[in-house]
Design a protein around this ligand. Structure first.
Ligand SMILES: Nc1nc2c(ncn2[C@@H]2O[C@H](COP(=O)(O)OP(=O)(O)OP(=O)(O)O)[C@@H](O)[C@H]2O)c(=O)[nH]1
Length: 644
């Protein structure tokens, strides 16, 4: 099966939709994957934080035990305080170590408060019913001496004779928060902790949040936790105008709830980033492949346009190419006829004046005139397409110095129902322009007589065919033959004969209107196809030409000679062959009646002479020798100059 590019082009829109859908799917999958990974990262962070807190709890508990051993062993406060100071100095999470004995509070950093039995009862670290050897964890509070947020571990002791003895270690919440702040979920997520009893924030990377009420843990969740819920998720809550998610676990030792989470937006942004990057790469790859394929297909088929030798071939190939690539329904390829200032479309036999606004577009070098409306363009009005039409001027651009000059070669009209892709249209325009240029050049070469620059017999016949199809104007075909040319050749040589032929061509170009078809019919015979209102006008013009030739003298060395031509003409009607034959017969009659005259096919006076001579067939110059020899004169004052 021949796969046509238009199928692929038609797939662009559905594929684009598919691509968007894929992107959305990729984005959603990414979102889910990233969210899942964020959750597991958050859980991992909580687990690290659990270990961290448990270690500090155990460390504080161990220190309490050691210090109580020292106190019981030595019963010496100074030794105890030295050991306590050592502990505080080497463990930066311990704010203070205190000893309550004999109603006196001894603290590290030389603190001593006497007679404080009543006051200490109100301190958070003091538990009235604490049994000897048991450890009590205080609620979260701000330390009196250091003014820092902390939690205290207190051990009650039995020291004989010393009454109520308590050893206290205060744990610094800010320092612990700082350590835990390095646990990040994605970029912005962090670990924090809330005291389940009070709902106060106890660990937070932002020190100003310590001691404040938790935003994430609603009273309902706190109730669940107090009722034994140990872990869970909070999918969405608003904090500082942003939505966040958190996972939580309770910490048995401290009785805190550890939370870790991040901004939902961050997950979305990451998913989008991944989705967009992935999708863009996918889209780029897809479009590169698509454009590459279409590019090569258009080049491949576009190259075939250049092989067209006839206009019909070009039209056929172009229609095929445009149907296969952009799915256009009709193609009109107009060729500029500069001589007559009209655009011709041979395939549909159209001939119209060049749309006036086309040149405005050309001067602005706007090649793509899209969606021409019938009221804007005479040609579109004539074509009257039932689908949108695109007008594409085919312009040769040359540079003279710095100024670009545009030459309109033709105009392509594409009737196209769907989307037109400028990129491909532009490529097709370029190919069409090249093919048209090549075709016109080939036709020019094939239709021109190389020696004189006049048109040749082929071209004349085609023009006659075309004009026969027209009904508006009357055309006349004249056959012109140089009189006694053989003698000229024989007398002055062939080179001179050539000069005579060139002179006749020059006089023809000068003597007839621009829209006449001037042709070298063969050898020393010429033809003119011209428009005239009637036979008299035609004869008058031909007569003027004949006289212009007869009035010229050609110089050869020191001699000059006069040349004459015989002209027979006929009205272009009925058929091409019959018209040629009639004009030929008229010419023959001139030859047989003394040459250097103009006869038309209808002329009754000339008919009789032809009948007399008994010749009615096509002219045979070889048989009409020197009816009236060319005149040979001495050098005269007015001579024709012929360019070599
Ligand atoms: N120099 C030159 N001669 C040519 C060319 N083409 C044809 N001829 C010659 O033109 C001559 C035509 O001669 P004829 O057909 O006998 O006609 P004629 O001598 O003009 O006689 P009439 O037509 O009766 O006036 C031949 O001798 C051809 O060789 C050409 O391109 N250059």
């Amino acid at each position: 099966m021949d796969f046509k590019p238009k199928y692929l082009i038609n797939l662009v829109l559905p594929l684009f939709v598919l691509l968007i859908a894929t992107l959305v799917y990729i984005g959603y999958s990414d979102y889910k994957a990233i969210r899942e990974s964020a959750y597991s990262q958050a859980r991992a962070n909580i687990s690290v934080a659990q270990d961290y807190l448990n270690q500090h709890y155990t460390a504080a508990n161990n220190q309490l035990y050691l210090l109580s051993e020292i106190l019981q062993d030595k019963e010496d406060i100074a030794t105890f305080l030295t050991a306590a100071q050592y502990v505080v100095d080497h463990q930066n999470k311990f704010l203070e170590v205190g000893l309550l004995m004999d109603s006196t509070y001894y603290g590290t950093n030389r603190l001593k408060f006497e007679d404080v039995a009543d006051r200490v009862r109100h301190r958070p670290w003091y538990a009235e019913a604490q049994q000897s050897g048991a450890t009590f964890l205080s609620p979260f509070y701000r330390s009196n001496s250091t003014k820092k947020w902390c939690v205290a571990l207190t051990r009650a002791l039995e020291v004989p004779g010393k009454g109520d003895v308590r050893i206290v270690i205060e744990l610094d919440a800010s320092a612990m928060s700082e350590d835990l702040s390095s646990l990040r979920t994605m970029k912005d997520g962090y670990v924090f902790a809330v005291e389940s009893e009070s709902g106060q924030v106890v660990i937070h990377p932002d020190p100003s949040r310590l001691g404040t009420a938790s935003v994430s843990l609603s009273p309902d969740i706190l109730d669940d936790i107090l009722n034994g819920e140990q872990a869970g998720e909070i999918p969405s809550y608003a904090y500082q105008d942003e939505y966040k998610f958190s996972v939580y676990e309770t910490n048995q030792r401290f009785g805190w709830v550890l939370l870790s989470g991040t901004r939902n937006q961050e997950i979305t942004a990451n998913a989008l980033k991944l989705g967009v990057v992935g999708g863009t790469l996918l889209a780029m790859l897809f479009f590169i492949l698509l454009v590459g394929y279409l590019h090569s297909r258009v080049h491949q088929t576009g190259g075939q346009l250049l092989e067209a030798l006839e206009f019909e071939d070009l039209h056929l190939q172009l229609t095929k190419l445009l149907k296969n690539t952009i799915g256009c329904s009709q193609v009109y390829l107009f060729v500029m006829n500069e001589k007559e200032g009209v655009l011709e479309e041979p395939h549909h036999h159209l001939r119209v004046a060049v749309p006036t606004d086309l040149f405005c577009r050309l001067s602005g070098c706007q090649q793509l005139g899209r969606d021409c409306q019938p009221e804007q363009d005479l040609i579109v009005r004539q074509i009257s397409p039932n689908v949108p039409c695109i007008r594409l001027p085919l312009v040769n651009t040359a540079r003279s110095g710095h100024i670009p000059t545009n030459q309109l070669v033709g105009v392509l009209y594409i009737c196209q129902p769907g989307m037109a892709y400028p990129f491909f249209v532009k490529m097709i325009v370029n190919y069409t322009l090249s093919a048209l240029n090549q075709l016109l050049l080939t036709q020019h070469i094939r239709s021109e007589d190389q020696m004189t620059g006049l048109k040749n017999k082929n071209y004349l016949r085609k023009q006659m065919e075309q004009r026969l199809a027209e009904t508006q104007a009357q055309y006349y075909l004249a056959m012109i033959d140089i009189d006694d040319f053989k003698s000229i050749n024989d007398t002055y040589g062939h080179l001179f004969g050539d000069k005579v032929i060139l002179m006749i061509a020059a006089l023809m170009k000068r003597g007839f209107r621009a829209n006449s078809v001037l042709c070298r019919y063969g050898g020393e015979e010429f033809a003119v196809l011209m428009a005239a209102s009637d036979i008299d006008e035609a004869k008058e013009r031909l007569e003027a030409f004949r006289a212009s030739v007869a009035g010229q003298k050609i110089r050869v060395s020191d001699k000059s000679c006069s040349i004459t031509v015989s002209v027979g003409f006929a009205l272009l009607q009925e058929g091409m062959e019959s018209t040629i034959s009639q004009a030929d017969k008229a010419l023959y009659r001139v030859k047989s009646q003394g040459k250097n005259q103009v006869f038309d096919a209808e002329d009754p006076s000339s008919e009789s002479s032809a009948a007399m001579s008994g010749k009615t067939g096509p002219i045979n110059h070889a048989k009409l020798k020197n009816t009236k020899p060319f005149s040979e004169v001495r050098q005269s004052a007015t001579l024709t100059t012929i360019d070599d």
